[in-house]
Design a protein around this ligand. Structure first.
Ligand code: FAD
Length: 505
């Protein structure tokens, strides 16, 4: 295959010659995972030619597209940052700070020349005869249909549909005279100064948007169906501050702080499963410290689930609770009966009036960037596959997928997946093979196929809504995404690529 070959356009299009560019690796997405993947390829597989295709006009993914007030991380940047680039700011960071950090990674490693913005991938078809993926994309700037071929496809497209968020449909929404906005598609012109704002939902997004808006609105009401756990604390890491005072090199500080955070998180997760009541008491105590003894914590901040069954948002300096304590924001725990002209009518009979309704109601899961996948002419249904460690799939050759952690920072896993992909590509080069597929071994066959997630262990709404679309797992560590950083950090780097689960041609 030459770098610039010529193929015909797909059936249905005009039969005109379209240039086809070939790459060894094609990365979809220039978010934290795709930019990290590009970095690791340049370091670990320097001879490979690769490209990153990105729909948006800039890098950052989640941190580029979300524009709602206060947008920030909900986990610390020492572990959300890459392992190879020290984070020197406060642990909870704004989207702008995260983009600046990513921009530095791109500039310092000359990654920009590999990234093509405004390139939306639409279709990926694998040919076993050619041992190649053909990737069809659109250049959104020109409308041009483009074709690429690649040996290996690295999916860094994130886990939710970027074009629109999830908004439940309530009766009479069309009768409401105010404005309804979703944080994922925040309108630039939204003026909320002096307005009554109703935020529906109480997850990490609501916890961010509420304190950010509270100072300017007349009042923000948070309407939740059920409460969420929060973890208020100082937006600083003591050991990092101490080490900086001692003039310790930032590379060391990054590593030490990462180790401390991960150690503390492991202890915390263990305690959530071993002594959930004690952890619940501590979490609620943290909230009470801001809201005082008379606040109705039972109704508004005591979840029905056990801690860590859903992600726990860190609330820097307790800003959400300070907003509530000051009276600028308030909580309502109830359900919507229907919308009215002026707001919402609750099942309790109470009406909440609002000029603006913010639906902080979450995502629509998008399994693989809404791309049509075809394997040897047959459309692929990912629900028919079994996952190898949540990063490859049976019957899908030469493709890896990045899906991070729920209980730890996403990037811990994207760095690890990058090592896995680079090691696999280097192994294939060494043994002279161009195709690899993961396949169930004789000892795996016949084991019950389970849904992607153990719902007892972790159960956020966006995952439960989409479980039928996701690949299956087996009750074995190698055939599931265990969501356990501590076991994966030993297992994934020690993958035996000669194992029978890897079939090479
Ligand atoms: C508001 C918010 C806050 C979060 N905070 C945290 C946090 O603090 N800690 C944490 O661990 N996780 C957090 N997450 C989860 C977060 O999404 C991930 O941690 C991480 O940013 C995902 O990075 P990514 O690169 O894998 O995907 P994304 O950031 O989603 O980027 C994927 C990129 O792929 C591109 N893409 C998708 N499909 C295509 C296509 N077909 N063609 C071309 N390009 C495509 C998209 O345009 C996008 O730029 C948060 C999520 C949200 C929404």
């Amino acid at each position: 295959m030459t770098d610039l070959a010529t193929l015909e356009r797909p059936a249905g299009g005009a039969r005109q010659a379209a240039p086809v560019e070939h790459f060894d690796v094609l990365i979809v997405g220039a978010g934290i995972s795709g930019v990290g993947g590009a970095y690791h390829l340049t370091k670990q597989c320097p001879e490979l030619k690769f490209v990153v295709l990105e729909t948006y006009e800039s890098f950052g993914g989640t941190w580029w597209m979300h524009r709602y007030p206060g947008i920030r991380s909900d986990s610390d940047l020492h572990t959300f940052g890459y392992r190879f680039k020290p984070w020197v700011g406060k642990p909870i960071a704004t989207a702008e700070e995260i983009r600046k950090y990513m921009g530095d990674v791109i500039a310092e490693n000359d990654l920009g020349r590999h990234i093509r913005y405004r390139h939306k991938v639409k279709r990926a078809s694998w040919s076993s005869a050619e041992k190649l993926w053909t990737v069809e994309a659109e250049n959104l700037a020109t409308g041009e249909a483009l074709r690429f071929t690649c040996n290996f496809l690295w999916m860094c497209q994130g886990y939710y549909r970027h074009s629109e968020g999830y908004t439940p449909q309530w009766p009479d929404m069309d009768k409401y005279k105010g404005r309804i906005v979703h944080p994922q598609t925040w309108p630039e012109d939204l003026d909320y100064k002096g307005k009554q704002v109703l935020v529906i939902g109480s997850g990490a997004t609501a916890a961010t948007v509420v304190p950010a808006m509270a100072a300017d609105c007349a009042h923000v009401t948070v309407l939740q169906r059920s409460p969420t756990y929060f973890f208020p604390g100082r937006n600083a890491i003591e050991i990092a501050e101490q080490l900086r005072q001692l003039d310790v090199d930032e590379t060391w500080i990054h590593e030490i702080v990462r180790r401390q955070i991960l150690f503390n998180q492991a202890q915390f997760t263990k305690r959530c499963f071993e002594e959930p009541e004690a952890v619940t008491k501590e979490l609620l105590g943290g909230v009470r410290a801001f809201l005082g003894p008379d606040y109705d914590i039972d109704t508004h901040f005591t979840p029905k689930y056990l801690p860590w069954r859903q992600r726990i948002a860190f609330i820097p300096d307790g800003d959400l609770f300070k907003g509530i304590a000051s009276g600028r924001a308030s909580m309502v725990t109830d359900e919507i009966e229907r919308f009215t002209e002026n707001g919402v009518l609750l099942k309790s009979g109470k009406e909440l009036e609002a000029d603006i309704v913010v639906t902080a109601t979450g995502f629509n899961l998008s399994i693989l960037g809404d791309i049509d996948f075809v394997i040897d002419g047959k459309p692929l249904d990912f629900a028919d596959t079994v996952t190898y460690r949540g990063l490859m799939f049976t019957g899908v050759p030469n493709m890896a997928w990045v899906f991070g952690y729920f209980r730890a920072s996403w990037t811990l896993r994207s760095d690890m997946v990058a090592d896995f992909v680079c090691a696999l590509l280097n192994h294939m080069k060494k043994i002279g093979k161009r195709k690899v597929t993961v396949a169930l071994r004789p000892e795996d066959k016949g084991l019950p196929l389970k849904s992607w997630l153990d719902e007892e262990n972790f159960n956020p709404g966006y995952m439960l809504r989409s479980m039928h679309l996701l690949p299956k797992r087996l009750d074995k560590p190698e055939w599931q995404h265990s969501q356990d950083y501590w076991s994966e950090k030993e297992e994934i780097p020690n993958t035996n690529f000669d194992d029978a689960a890897f079939v090479y041609e």
